[in-house]
Design a protein. Sequence first.
Length: 133
Amino acid sequence: KRAGAVAPAITEALQESYNYVTAHLEDQIEQHHRTGKTAESLLKNEKVQVEGTTYYINVGFDVGSGGLASIFLMYGTPKHTIKRRTMNGTKSWNHPGMDADAVLYDLVFGPATKSEIEKIQKRTFERQMEGLL
């Protein structure tokens, strides 16, 4: 009976963790709205996948579908020169760089998020295993 309860507990714990992170990412990414492509690339309907004994769920932005900017937002960019070829030669200008959005980064990798996920997963396992021990 206990062995059969583990898989649903893992699935629910991962799904609840995903829901927590995704809701917070959705709120934070709105501050960077220009075209809406990055916000649209947020993985909003993911489900837990199982491969053998490995359970996982994709979280964050789909880089191939407009989410590449999320990387620049989370890590920032250094000052750099941009060069463009034109019909009249080469045009260049200095880009001032961009500071990282530390809040966005922390929503994925930060200690507060890790701590909250730990709490979510612990509560889920305790609830799922209640009465089985």
